[in-house]
Structures are given as C-alpha cells and as structure tokens.
Design a protein around this ligand. Structure first.
Ligand SMILES: [Zn+2]
Ligand SMILES: [Zn+2]
Length: 769
C-alpha cells in the first residue's frame, strides 16, 4: 500500500559562512538531485532557500546542508519557517536567484578567511591539458585569497584588490555560470587576464618574468640564496632548510637567535622523512586552513641545525598556494618559510615596502601584482597527546570566522585586546568577529596595523562602534588607544577575559564554573602582577578564589627575559637566596644588591604568575636560564618532562588558606621547590613531577571550589603536557573540563573574552577580604 506523499513548502534560513564559498551551486545541485523545486539566494543574513517537495526529501536536503556543504562553508544553523504570501514563489524547477540586497549587507556572512589551494584546483594546476596548467594564481570558490584582498563589503570583485584585473571571456563565463566551481569566485583569474609572477633583485630590477621567474628562483634557492616570496597574506623569507650555512645566514640577517623557523615541505611524504606526523596532524596540515603544525622531528633528520636549535619540535607546513606548490615541487626539498619581517614587526605585504624593509635580508624577491589588502600571518597549531588542536596563533584560515554571542549586544562594541599577541574584535548583534593575530603592540609598525585593522573591520562590517572595551592594564598601547577614541569605555580584568573567551566557545554561562587562568603576566585588580589565577564564576559574578602563592619578580620586566632572576625571587621566599646566587654565579656584591631589592621590594613587584613559575623552575633545573624568545624556558621544561613520560610521582604543592588578603586559597609551591632542590633525580624526571604536581593542585582547588565545571585558559595551556595532565586529572576527578578549540588559549583571545564581558557586564574580579 502506498500513500500519496505529503508535499511541503518551507523556507530554510542558513546561517554561518555561506557566501562566496560555492554554497548556492551546492544547494542547487543537491535540490535537483532530490527532485525538489524552489530557489536559493544570498541575503543580509546569509542564505535563504524556499523548497517545495516531499517532507522526507526536504529533510534529506537539510541533512546535506549540515553534512555535505563545500569545505569552505561553515553552517552554523538551519532554521525552518513558513513562507509568507509575498515571498518569491516557487517555479517549476530549482533556481539560483539574484541576491537580495534590500536589507543591507550581512557582515559576518560575507567575509570568509583565506583558504589553501583545493584538491580540484591542484589537479588542474598540474594537468598539462588544463588552461591553467602551472598558473600560480589558480583559485575557485573553495580556495584562495578572501580576507586578505577584500577592501569593502559586499564581497564582490570590484571591492577587492582583484579589481585591477579584468576577467577574460573564458574566466567571465565561469564566473557567471551557477553550475561552475568558479561561480562568483571573486579572485578568479587565468594566465591571460590575471596576476603575474616576477623575480626582482633587491632594487626592484627584474631578473626574470613569468614563466622563467619560478625556475630562476629555484636555481637561486639551490645556490643558497634567501628569497622573499609573496604568498597569500604577506611575504615569507624562504631558503634551503637542509643547508646549515644558509639558515645560519638567515638568522644573522634577521637578528633572530634561537626562535624556531617554520619549514614548508613539498608534500606529506617528504615531511614524514623528517618528522613524526600523527593522523590528526596530517588532517590539519592538509585542511583548507593549512596551519603551521608543530611536529616532533626525528633525531637524525637532515634539517639544518639552525632551523630549530635544541628544540624537539619543528613548525611544519605544506604548500597552501599554487605558487608554493609549484615552487616546492620544483625545489624538491624542504624550505624555511618564516614570516618576512624583522623580529616582532608585522608581515611585509607590499612589493616596494618589502624591498625597503627586507634590504640586506632577501637576495631576491619572487612577487606578483595582486595587492594584499592587509597582512595575515600563518596560523600555528600544536597537538595535545589526546590529539586536541591547541591554537598558538589564530590567523590565516581561522580568522575572521565569526563566533556567536549567547545574545545580542545593544550597541556595536569594539574590543581592543591586550598588548602582546594582540587581536581586536568587533561585536555587533550576536556576532563577534575577531581579527587575525596582529602581534606585539610594543612596536610602532604593529600599532599602525592594529589601528588600520580596527578601521577596516569596522568599515567592512558597517559597524560604527559605540563602546570600546580594553584591558585594565593602564599602560597597554591598546588601553591608550581606547582612551583616544573618546567612546564610553569598559575595562576588563585580563584573566577574567581569558576565562570568558573559553566560556564563549562553549556557550557556557558565568555560573558554576572555575576558570583556571594561567599565563605570564596580566594586570591584577589589586595592582599587582597576576598570572596563576583561579576565578570562580557564580551567578554572573567573578571572585578570585585561589592563586599561586605570590613572590617578588626581581627587576620587574628584566625577570621576564632572565629566568635566573625569577628563580632568585622564588628562592628568596624560601630563605635560599644565598645558595641560589652562588649556584647562578652571582658575585657577593650582586647578591647583596639583589637582596636589598627583594627585601625592600625595589623594582620587584609581587606576582602570582604561573608562567614565571615555569621560568624559575626551568632555571633551577638548569634547563634554560634565559628566554631568548617568549616562552623558551617553559618550552625546555615541557620538553624535559615529556622525555620522562610514564612515572606517577609528583612534587608536593600545598593548597592552603591564603597567607595574605586577595584570595581564599594559595597554591604554595615552596614544598615542591624544596623537594626539587634536594631530589637526586635528573631534570627530566623532576620536570615531569613538577607538571604532575600542578595538575594535582588544580584538582584540589577545584574540589574546594565546589563546582562541576573547570575552564582551562591562558598562555600556560599552550603547554601540551600541562593541558593533557590537567584535563586528565580533572576529568578523572569528575569535573567537566572546558578547553579552547576555536580560539587560542593565549592573548589572541582576550578581545573575544572582552566582547562577552561587555555583553554580560562582567568586567571585574572581586577579591575576598
Ligand atoms: Zn580551488
Ligand atoms: Zn582569464
């Protein structure tokens, strides 16, 4: 017996990143396959469909919207409603309708991030019969530049830097054919009509033009030259990663002593000859986001020592633009691919600017005439043992994908982030758009990019901010900028912003959760330096429940570089200053000066920083005495602990009633450190015990707090071992553990947390008296 199928007529609203990513052709194909009638169009809120047909087939379409959308699309929600009488009617087929621009532009729906070369384009790139064979700027709706070339919204070619190139008839045809993969691919181009490659010397004189530019560049790389290569969001400096003298020369020219350099490998198979690549790492490396992934290098790998001196990990990435693919295939080996900038400055994006700023660094420039509207760095990801991705730098591929706030803000809000690893965010309605990583506002060039990004994001999203949110630190450049805007201001405590960023990702309320917010330094509510904080959130109120036992940061900022000074500050609390001064070979005169500073608190502020505790312990174990780059001493401590996997012992951290006002509980590290100084075992075992001891202390504090959920956040959770141990220990003790997935645990996420703080009016951490 067969019943007549029920026919349904319904509207489907699709939210997320669904414009400019081949979404309408995908909907068209799927609807036709399912025999549905109706239409699909872009509008202010994303994509709208009207479908007419059997209910089961419509359900199958909805399922496909969620699970079969093009890789570049991000479907956040599909909402059903009944069509109103004045809605565009359904015809006899399924069609793609004109965009509805009557209600303005959908900001967040229209700015996809830059994406890596897709498999279809790569096939065409390497197919001798394809008209784009070996064309270095091939792209489609699933890949290529977006955010880095958009000048204004709506996202249409005349408002991108591609407006300089007029499409030829063949490209034009693809662009207007709804069934073509390049339907509305804004950067669509080919050899006839698109950008061209050039190789120039540092003065801008052409050395070779397409198609010889690439081969001349490869010959120069083989000869040990350093080449500035223009990619998607800026220039890289590239050179032979297997040639020690070349890499050492790059370090000398770039004034970069020890910080690891990223390496681009021709393909996964080659990378596997050099490093251990887990299935999760493989998935990330080959994803449209194509970040740099930290992988464990093989001891005997043929990479130059100077790529990552005494570092067990290397930052690996695969070619993500067609130009990179062609370059690496021709070179047939790994190339250093480090951001083309001087330390801490923003990436070079403009051809002439690159020649100027990279004078004396790059021997040649392999560039092109597609303009980069704004710098976008490579993203950096590492993996926890359980295979969870930890974002160390959120940039290309991930930003500016918007996040959703739990409810709408009344006013468009600008969040200016922190100081180091700065990002900014523009929050409007229930969306928050976080910029890519901008860098350290300590230098003027990054500050300029910061101000430009604020202007462009506000412009792009047609969102004139009416409120500005900043960190409570009075001296951050971002705080000074907020002062200058003349807008009403909200100041948010740094570690609270970290916790809120984590809650934002998990759509968790500010209730019944303990935020473990551990980082290097942040401005505390009491004016001291915080960084080892346990913030209890109950009924939308935040309290500093516990902290690391405070100690003096000897020499203030000087201690951030010199890990020995942190060790002395810790030792001073334990009456061990003398022996430690001797251990670190300070003279008796220096000892006496340092003692005076500590006793009187001269230029030695109190801090509760977990990041500094890691520095101090790294120095005490003789693993690293100086941070030549940020986080170096903790990295060595983590590497040592990872070598000593397997044991179950831990150093004793005591959870005690706070010795001074400011929190309910202190984690006292003194018992752990005194055992560490007495224990005859080697540094690897002690480093491991140190990590495990901290994880146990977290469980003890969380138990005292009496909550069911714990959020782990802050730069210290870039440490994969700490992340794993804390997650496991808390999980085993029955806590639900929230960690960052789409945002970074570090200060890249402060701006996102500030947005949620503004929405909830939750800006301060209360101190127990
Ligand atoms: Zn493509
Ligand atoms: Zn063309």
């Amino acid at each position: 017996m067969s019943a007549t199928p029920t026919l349904t007529d319904t509207l489907l609203r699709v939210r997320g990143t669904v414009q400019g990513v081949g979404f309408r052709p995908f909907v068209h194909r799927t609807a036709v396959r399912l025999g549905l009638r109706g239409w699909v169009r872009n509008d202010a809120e994303g994509v709208l469909l009207r479908v007419h047909g059997e209910a089961t087939r419509i359900a199958a379409l909805v399922d496909a919207l969620h699970h079969e959308a093009p890789p570049a699309a991000r479907v956040v929600a599909v909402e059903h409603s009944n069509p109103s009488a004045d809605e565009q009617p359904v015809g006899s087929h399924f069609t793609i309708s004109e965009s509805d621009t009557s209600r303005g532009t959908a900001p967040a729906a229209t700015t996809p991030p830059d994406l890596a070369l897709c498999a279809d384009c790569e096939r065409e790139l390497l197919d001798p019969t394809d008209r784009r064979h070996l064309y270095p700027f091939i792209n489609c709706t699933q890949c290529g530049p977006r955010y880095s070339l958009i000048e204004q919204l709506p996202y249409d070619r005349p408002r991108t830097t591609m407006r300089a190139f007029r499409m030829c008839a063949a490209c034009e045809r693809e662009y207007h054919d709804p069934l073509d993969r390049r339907f509305h691919a804004e950067p669509n181009a080919c050899r006839v009509c698109g950008p061209k490659l050039s190789l120039t010397d540092p003065s801008g004189q052409p050395v070779a033009a397409s198609p010889d530019a690439l081969h001349a560049a490869v010959a120069a790389l083989r000869a040990g030259r350093i080449i500035a290569v223009k990619g998607l969001g800026g220039f890289h400096l590239m050179c032979d990663a297997a040639h020690e003298a070349t890499v050492a020369e790059l370090r000398t020219r770039k004034h970069r002593e020890e910080k690891p350099l990223a390496v681009m490998f021709p393909d996964l198979a080659t990378l596997r000859e050099y490093a251990d690549v887990s299935p999760v790492a493989e998935k990330l490396l080959t994803s449209p986001e194509a970040p740099i992934v930290l992988v464990r290098r093989f001891e005997n790998s043929r990479l130059a020592y100077s790529v990552a001196p005494s570092n067990p990990w290397i930052g690996a990435l695969l070619p993500y633009t067609p130009l990179h693919v062609l370059l690496l295939r021709a070179f047939q080996g790994p190339l250093v691919a480090t951001s083309a900038n001087l330390s801490e400055e923003p990436l070079c994006t403009d051809n002439s600017e690159a020649r100027e700023r990279l004078a004396g660094i790059a021997d040649l420039h392999l560039a092109h005439d597609r303009i980069i509207a704004r710098p976008v760095d490579d993203s950096v990801v590492r993996l926890s043992r359980s295979g969870q991705a930890i974002l160390l730098r959120r940039a290309r591929g991930y930003a500016p994908t918007p996040l959703r706030l739990p409810s709408a803000l009344h006013e468009t809000t600008l969040c200016v982030g922190a100081q180091m690893k700065n990002t900014i965010a523009v929050a409007s309605g229930d969306q928050v758009v976080v910029s890519p990583h901008l860098g350290d506002l300590g230098n003027a060039a990054t500050q300029a990019v910061f101000e430009r990004t604020i202007a462009t994001l506000s412009e792009l999203y047609e969102a004139r901010p009416l409120v500005v949110v900043h960190d409570k630190h009075p001296d951050y450049a971002s705080t000074h900028f907020a002062d200058r805007t003349g807008l009403p201001q909200l100041a948010v405590q740094h570690h609270l912003a970290h916790v809120l960023a984590c809650l934002l990702e998990h759509e968790h309320a500010a209730d019944g959760v303990l935020g473990i917010s551990w980082d290097g330094t942040g401005y505390g509510e009491d004016g001291t330096v915080w960084g080892g904080e346990f913030i209890l959130l109950e009924k939308n109120r935040a309290t500093r429940f516990a902290r690391l036992r405070p100690f003096r940061l000897l020499g203030g900022d000087a201690a951030v570089k010199d890990a020995r000074r942190v060790a002395l500050g810790l030792g001073h609390e334990m009456d061990l200053l003398g022996p430690l001064c001797a251990r670190f070979r300070f003279s008796p005169i220096e000892h006496s000066t340092l003692q005076q500073m500590l006793v009187r608190g001269l230029n030695s502020p109190l801090c509760s920083s977990a990041g500094r505790l890691f520095d101090g312990v790294s120095a005490l174990l003789g693993l690293c005495l100086r941070n030549n780059f940020e986080g170096q001493a903790p990295l060595h401590l983590e590497a040592a602990a990872t070598r000593a996997a397997g044991a179950r012992t831990s150093l004793p951290f005591d959870v005690v009633r706070a010795a001074t006002p400011g929190a309910y509980l202190d984690i006292d590290w003194a018992p752990a450190l005194s055992q560490l100084l007495r224990d005859p075992r080697g540094p690897d075992e002690l480093a491991a015990d140190f990590h495990r001891g901290l994880a146990r202390a977290m469980v003890a504090v969380a138990t005292e707090a009496g909550v069911g959920t714990v959020a782990l956040t802050g730069g210290c959770f870039q440490n994969a071992l700490l992340h794993d141990l804390a997650t496991e220990a808390l999980g085993n003790a029955g806590f639900k553990v929230l960690t960052h997935r789409h945002l970074s645990p570090n200060d890249n996420s402060i701006a996102a947390g500030q947005a949620l703080a503004a929405l909830w009016g939750l800006t301060s951490v209360e101190l127990p008296s």
